[in-house]
Structures are given as structure tokens and as C-alpha cells.
Design a binder for this molecule. Structure first.
Ligand code: NOJ
Length: 759
């Protein structure tokens, strides 16, 4: 009995100490709460306010564009919590000093910038990196970009963009990881980890931002900023998974979008931002609006004025206002009028202060502004080598007849032709941060550096590109009449053994605000191809684009096609590495290439429909076009190698699994060619009969493996309820018993198939 009493006492003491511990705040929380307790309402609102620098605008100028003097006063008053587009160690230090030394509480600014695929050393565009199917490369490029940005005073990048992009017309398809949520999630997480490292407080890491939450890429007709109408089943299964993956990767911030979904501006969506992101997913960072997306609530027609927009946005869970000036002008008033609970503002400020704390800004507000590091750690040989490595692994070999590639570096005569052949600017892409214009290695330079002295290179531009808008007020400039360069190009082609024809898109032809109704090659490029084809059939098309393009004639006639995207600072060297076989191409398309624009949006994970074609001879009255096939030019997951990979049949370790069980899927892949190569082994499933019709294929696993010539490797995947369930439109994840098909192959079409049952 006495022993029992002692036991009870011990238990009671244990319980008390546990609950005390629970109540104890972490150092971070304590710091933030103490600071919040000192802050006035106006100071809290100040933390929610973000302005751009006056010298770099990445959105339309706001109506109430405060002048430089006014900005200075607001900084000193603590009315600004963050700035974007201020960069450079000195400039950020100066702005930081203004705030820290003059405002009452000296709360440091957080500096945001669009560091999308590099800061000064440019990596390939994100779509290209996804084509590597190697998330480690995205981690590497983000890590380098973070380092270069961090030493320039930037603590926060507005990346990664994790919007699943199915529509080649949409200009920003270049900025994401393509059309698939599974591949997109892997890249989203890797990018976040690359930018943020394990410790946000490290002076060489920066906070990441998952954007644009949510649905932005589904803009109707591929026109940027357009409305979005999607069902909840698509929202939960296609749009949201990469966002969720970034939360699992501890992303520090989110950015919402310009768009409405089914009429509701996402900036005001309490469901997305409060219930889901901050509630169910437990995200503890903050949400910044997109540029004036709070102001655009009014323009959409979902608020009467800016004040009501501010009310809807804060209630909807938008924590920071980028350039709408809605919060700074209206939140205090809304609290005083009793329309907005002050706690909502405190909560938003808490989230922002938390991230500033994690970045170490309270410890040292100047941690990221290091002029010495800025000089020595920028654009280094190591960074350029990383850019070259990532670029060459991002390229996709779309065609290679007669094994024309790889070229021998002893090839006697090579014509390097086309408007992009000696373009040192387009490979940099248009989200180029601090890259120096015209600083990329061009294809011509790359080829010259790769060949021996016995190779004769003839260069001709052929025609000029059509030029995408450089500034907000520019229009596209089409070059459709100047054929004066054709002659020299044709002559060079005639006198050569092989023609490297560099065609595609100017860097400003894709990206934000650069949607297209025509995704064929613009201007005279097709004509140039046709003229060259008349005199030399050995054409290797080096395609440089920021989106999938429709090239049916080129696909038919060119001997080889290498999609190199906008490949960054070291582009020319990386392309030459592939062309001359120093690197065996291993990229696979992260997006479907349509035959023509009318097929858009086209993607591999479509639903079967009630009338699929191809199952009977009947054509009319089935789901098809009458003037073109349904199938794409090049499917998702597709890409060739200089070697040949052969797949065995699939082996399953069982034919039946339970809901909480797992099934092992394996194949043997043999390299039956004569060179070593990497293959991306892809696994897809189909849930054959479900409550809500499932796609004909869904990617649920991939592995990139090096297989030596003559070697065979066994690749295994495990499927569990994590891969086999799906979201109901209400957002609930459900695993339904029944028949499943499983497919494995080197792209989404050429696959081996097996079947199993879930009980
Ligand atoms: C608008 C873009 O949509 C967004 O992605 C970007 O981060 C901001 N402008 C800031 O430049």
C-alpha cells in the first residue's frame, strides 16, 4: 500500500512536470510573443506590408505609387516589413540600416527576390531541370542560387513555382516541373531543400516560397492571369500534391495566385489558406500575396474597393501584402470598425516574425549582406561547372535517325546555323535575376570548343528570331519577311557534312505574361529549315524552347532533334557535351509535346471517357478529333539515349494485397547497346474501377539508373496505400479495393503491364 502511494505521487509529479513542459514556449515562440506584446497595431500591420524597390518592378506600378521620400519615411516608421527587388549586399544593408536604426522596435526587413533558376550563374529553366528526372540536380541548382543570392543580401526567394502546368500555351509552363503531380512533388521538395538547407539561419541559405497557391496554371485557354474553373477532384489530385510536398519539406513561405477558382479569388480563399494549408497541413510559415493580388480581388469583381479586398484577404489567410497597399491603408481602420479581429493581424505578424527569427535576422540583421562574399562567391568556376552538369542532364533527345548523334569530334565540316546558334542571351531565360545579359556560352562557342582543329565550322544566322516582349509595354516583334540570311545559311549547309540547326524561342517568348495562341516555331524558322533540307538532309535540330512546341514537319524530316530548352550560363558547352557524346543524353519529357495547338491542354494522365477511341474500328461518335490524332507528337516521359534499353516483363511478388499491405513491382532493364547510359525507369498505375473515374495512367514511381553497356539491372518499386489511393472531391484521401493495372517502361506509352487486386 505504501509503495502504491509512492507510485501515485511519482506519477502525479511526472504529469505536472509534463504539462509544465508543454506550456513552456520554445525560445523562438517566446521571442516572437515578447516582441508581439510590445507592438502597436500599426507596427503589426507594418510587418504585413511589402514594397518593391523603385528600380526594379516585376508587376504593374501600383495606383498609389509612393515616391522615394515617402518610402524612406515609411521604412523609418516601421511601416514596411519586407521589400522585394532590392539586391546587392550594399543596397540591402542600406535599406536594413534605415529600418533597424530608425524604427521604434528595429525589426529587420526580409528581402525577397525572384531567384528562379539561378542568381548570377544561370541554370536551365525549371522545366528543363525537371526533364532530368533527377531531383538531386534541382537541389544542387537551388543550393548554388541560394548561396549567390544570400551573399547579395537576399533572404527569401519567390521559388519554387510548383504549379502543375498542362498547357503549352501558358508562358509560365517554363517555370514549373511540368504536367505531373508526382514528378512535380519530387522536384518541389528538392528545390525547397536546396534553397533552405537544414538551417534557415545559415548565411548561405534562404527561405523558399511555394507558389502560386493554387490553380494558377489552369488559367482558361492558357492565357496568363485568366480565370480558373476546375473541379475539386482535379484540385486535390493534380494541383495540390506538390504544394503539400513543400510543406513536408518545411518550406518557409507560400505565395498565393492572381487567379480565381470557380469564381473565388484564391487570395481570399479561407478554405485553401486557412483550413487546408495552415490547418490540415500544419504550415507554420506565412503566405505572401502575389503582386497586387489583394488589389485584384476588386478587379475580379469580388470586392467593392481596396478596403473590402483587404478584409477578404486577411480573413482568407493572406499574411503579407505585396504591393497592393491594401493592408497598410485599411487594416487598422477595419479593426477599429470591428470588421476585422485584431487577432488575425497579430497571427499574420507572428508568422512573419517567426520566419525572420529562423533566418537569424534578429541576431544579425546584416548577416546576408556581405560585400566580400558577394565578390568571391559569385559566378565561380564551381558554380559554372554545376550549371553545365545540370544542363546536359536536362536535355532530351527526341529523335536520332541513323544514329547521326553522337557526332565524332573529327567530323570534317559542320554547319552551325540558325537564329539561336550564336545567341548568348536566350539560354539565360527570362527570369534571369542578376545574370549579365549576353553572357551565356552559345552553341557556336560550345561546338568550337569541342572539336579538333581539323573540323571546319561554318556559321550562319539564317534568319532572325521573333522577339518576345522585354518590357511590360512591348509587343512581340515578328520577323516574317527578312530572308536575307537564308543564302549564307543554305551555302554553309551545302558545304557541310552535317547541319546543327539552332531554332526555337527567344528567351522572352515564354515566361510570365507570355502566353501564345500559336506554339509552332515563330517567324521564318520553318522556312529556313525547309530551305536547308533541300540541300542537306543531315539536319540535327537543336531546339531551344521554354515550352513544348508543335513541330510536326520538323519531327518528320529532321534526322535528329535535341530539346535543349533555355539551358543557362553554360548552355553551349552542355549541348556540345551531348552532341559529341561526352554525355549520353538521359532526359525525359516532363510535359507532353502536342502535334498542334488545338490539342492543348494535352497530358498523359487523362481520363478514359465513356467513348475512348482505338477500341473498335468506329471513329465518328468516339472521343477524337476529325483532323488530327489524339496522340501527341512526343509523350510524357519520352526521351532517347545513345544506347538501347530493353525491359523484361513485370514481376509482382503477389497478385493480391490488402489495403495496408504492399506489393513489390520489379523489372529487369538491359543495356543492349554499346555505350553506358542512364535510364529513367517509370512506374505508372491505373485504378481500373473507382468511385471517381481515375486517369488511364498515373506516375507513382521513377528511378534514374546508370546501366553499363551489356549490363542488366533489376529495378524494384514498392506500392502501398500511399500510391494506390486518391482524393475524393471533398479532399479526403481514400484507398478503394479492386483491380489495379501497373505499367513500367521508359516513357508513358511504351510500357510493360501487369495486374493485381486490392482486397
Ligand atoms: C508576379 C509573379 O506572379 C510572381 O511569381 C513573382 O514572384 C512576383 N511577381 C514578384 O516578382
Amino acid at each position: 500500500m505504501r509503495n502504491l502511494n509512492w507510485l501515485m505521487l511519482l506519477l502525479a509529479l511526472l504529469l505536472v512536470s509534463c504539462s509544465q513542459k508543454q506550456q513552456q514556449l520554445s525560445e523562438e515562440d517566446q521571442f516572437v510573443e515578447d516582441l508581439l506584446a510590445k507592438m502597436t497595431l500599426a507596427e503589426k500591420v507594418g510587418q504585413l506590408n511589402q514594397y518593391t524597390s523603385r528600380w526594379e518592378m516585376t508587376g504593374p506600378a501600383p495606383k498609389d505609387n509612393a515616391g522615394a521620400q515617402d518610402l524612406l519615411e515609411q521604412l523609418k516608421a516601421g511601416s514596411v516589413g519586407s521589400m522585394l527587388n532590392v539586391n546587392g549586399a550594399e543596397a540591402t544593408r542600406k535599406a536594413q540600416q534605415t529600418v533597424v536604426e530608425n524604427s521604434r522596435l528595429g525589426i529587420p526587413l526580409i528581402f525577397g527576390y525572384d531567384v528562379i533558376h539561378g542568381y548570377k550563374t544561370m541554370f536551365p529553366i525549371p522545366l528543363a531541370e525537371a526533364a532530368s528526372w533527377n531531383p538531386e540536380l534541382a537541389r544542387l541548382s537551388s543550393e548554388v542560387a541560394a548561396k549567390e543570392a544570400a551573399v547579395s543580401g537576399i533572404n527569401w526567394t519567390f521559388a519554387p513555382m510548383v504549379d502543375v502546368g498542362r498547357d503549352a500555351r501558358w508562358g509560365r509552363v517554363m517555370e514549373g516541373a511540368g504536367e505531373d503531380p508526382y514528378l512535380g512533388s519530387a522536384f518541389a521538395k528538392a528545390r525547397v531543400e536546396g534553397f533552405q538547407g537544414d538551417d534557415l539561419g545559415n548565411e548561405f541559405t534562404i527561405a523558399a516560397c511555394a507558389k502560386h497557391f493554387a490553380g494558377y496554371a489552369f488559367s482558361e485557354s492558357g492565357r496568363d492571369y485568366n480565370s480558373v474553373e476546375i473541379g475539386n477532384e482535379t484540385l486535390h489530385n493534380i494541383v495540390l500534391p506538390p504544394f503539400k510536398a513543400t510543406v513536408e519539406g518545411n518550406v518557409a513561405t507560400f505565395m498565393n495566385g492572381f487567379n480565381t477558382i470557380n469564381g473565388l479569388p484564391v487570395t481570399a480563399s479561407g478554405y485553401l489558406q486557412r483550413d487546408l494549408l495552415k490547418g490540415e497541413w500544419n504550415f507554420d510559415g506565412f503566405v505572401v500575396s502575389d503582386w497586387n493580388s489583394i488589389g485584384e480581388i476588386e478587379t475580379h469583381g469580388a470586392a467593392a474597393d481596396l478596403k473590402e479586398s483587404a478584409e477578404r484577404a486577411i480573413k482568407g489567410g493572406s499574411d503579407m501584402d505585396m504591393e497592393a497597399r491594401a493592408y497598410i491603408n485599411h487594416l487598422e481602420e477595419l479593426v477599429i470598425e470591428g470588421k476585422v479581429d485584431e487577432e488575425l493581424i497579430t497571427e499574420a505578424a507572428r508568422r512573419i516574425l517567426r520566419i525572420k527569427y529562423r533566418l537569424g535576422l534578429f541576431e544579425d540583421p546584416y548577416r546576408y549582406c556581405n560585400v566580400e562574399n558577394e565578390k568571391s562567391m559569385m559566378y565561380t568556376d564551381e558554380h559554372k561547372a554545376a550549371a553545365r552538369k545540370v544542363a546536359r542532364e536536362s536535355m532530351v533527345l527526341l529523335k536520332n535517325d541513323n544514329q547521326i548523334l553522337p557526332l565524332s569530334s573529327e567530323t570534317k565540316r559542320i554547319a552551325v546555323v540558325g537564329p539561336l546558334a550564336n545567341d548568348k542571351d536566350s539560354p539565360l531565360g527570362n527570369w534571369r535575376a542578376k545574370a549579365v545579359s549576353h553572357s551565356a556560352v552559345s552553341l557556336l562557342e560550345g561546338v568550337k570548343a569541342a572539336v579538333g582543329s581539323s573540323t571546319k565550322i561554318k556559321y550562319a544566322e539564317g534568319c532572325q528570331l521573333s522577339i518576345g516582349p522585354r518590357n511590360f509595354t512591348d509587343r512581340m516583334i515578328f520577323n516574317e519577311s527578312d530572308r536575307s540570311g537564308f543564302r549564307a545559311a543554305v551555302k554553309a549547309a551545302r558545304q557541310s557534312d552535317v547541319v546543327l540547326l539552332a531554332i526555337g524561342e527567344d528567351c522572352y517568348q515564354s515566361g510570365e505574361g507570355r502566353s501564345m495562341t500559336d506554339i509552332t516555331l515563330k517567324g521564318l524558322q520553318q522556312e529556313l529549315f525547309d530551305e536547308i533540307y533541300k540541300v542537306n538532309k543531315n539536319i540535327v535540330v537543336v531546339l531551344m524552347t521554354g515550352r513544348p512546341v508543335a513541330i510536326p514537319e520538323i519531327a518528320e524530316k529532321a534526322t535528329a532533334i535535341l530539346e535543349t530548352w533555355h539551358s543557362g550560363t553554360e548552355g553551349g558547352h552542355a549541348i556540345a557535351d551531348v552532341l559529341f557524346g561526352k554525355y549520353n543524353p538521359s532526359g525525359k519529357l516532363p510535359v507532353t509535346f502536342p502535334r498542334n495547338v488545338g490539342q492543348c491542354p494535352i497530358f498523359y494522365n487523362y481520363k478514359n471517357t465513356g467513348r475512348p477511341t482505338g477500341q473498335t474500328d468506329a471513329w465518328v461518335l468516339y472521343s477524337c478529333y476529325n483532323d488530327a490524332p489524339n496522340s501527341p507528337q512526343y509523350p510524357f516521359g519520352y526521351g532517347l539515349s545513345y544506347t538501347q534499353f530493353d525491359y523484361s516483363d513485370i514481376t509482382l511478388d503477389k497478385n493480391t494485397i490488402t489495403k495496408d499491405g504492399k506489393i513489390n513491382v520489379s523489372v529487369s532493364v538491359s543495356n543492349s547497346g554499346s555505350v553506358d547510359g542512364e535510364e529513367v525507369v517509370q512506374l505508372y498505375i491505373q485504378d481500373i474501377a473507382a468511385t471517381y473515374a481515375r486517369p488511364v495512367k498515373e506516375l507513382k514511381g521513377f528511378e534514374k539508373v546508370m546501366i553499363k553497356a551489356g549490363e542488366t539491372k533489376t529495378i524494384s518499386f514498392e506500392l502501398t496505400e500511399k500510391e494506390l489511393g486518391y482524393y475524393f472531391p471533398c479532399g479526403k484521401y481514400v484507398v478503394e479495393p479492386g483491380q489495379f493495372k501497373v505499367f513500367v517502361g521508359g516513357n508513358s506509352v511504351d510500357v510493360k503491364q501487369a495486374q493485381f487486386v486490392m482486397q
